[in-house]
Design a binder for this molecule. Structure first.
Ligand code: CUA
Length: 147
């Protein structure tokens, strides 16, 4: 037990490993009218650096582009892009996980979840809500396409 506590202490204080913490607070009831979350979507903030403002809701992610033909929401970024996702919930607790990346976070009403990743290989990444959030939880997914 003591060794486990020492190991946790060392990882927190000396190797800078830490749990994701909220990047800010918002009022979940008004966040849909609060900048930048009133206009979800992806913008290039600097060459190669993108900011994706996402609103998680029952049951989907606003901010990805919806294609009615494939019924899939996705964003497309060039190889080598660093994308910072700022995610909020307008209702219940959701998850925000992007497969084959280090992104795996909870989206808690009232908090801003901020996570980043550099997409340095072409391909597709599935974005999943991995917290059970209601009857249509299983349809809550999107894609990041790296070209
Ligand atoms: Cu949102 Cu499960």
């Amino acid at each position: 037990m003591l060794l486990a506590l020492i190991a946790i202490g060392v990882s927190v204080f000396f190797t800078n490993i830490h749990l994701p913490s909220p990047a800010g607070r918002v009022d979940a009831r008004t966040v849909a009218q609060t900048a930048p979350f009133d206009t979800p979507g992806v913008t290039e903030v600097e060459p190669g650096q993108y900011e994706a403002v996402i609103r998680a809701y029952q049951f989907g992610f606003l901010g990805f582009d919806y294609d009615s033909e494939t019924q899939t929401s996705s964003i497309t970024v060039p190889v080598g892009s660093e994308v910072t996702f700022k995610v909020v919930s307008t209702d219940v607790v959701h998850g925000f996980m992007i497969l084959d990346t280090t992104i795996n976070a909870m989206v808690i009403p009232g908090q801003i979840t901020e996570v980043s990743f550099i997409f340095d290989e072409p391909g597709e990444h599935l974005v999943l809500c991995h917290e059970y959030c209601g009857t249509q939880h299983h349809v809550m997914y999107a894609k990041v396409v790296v070209v």
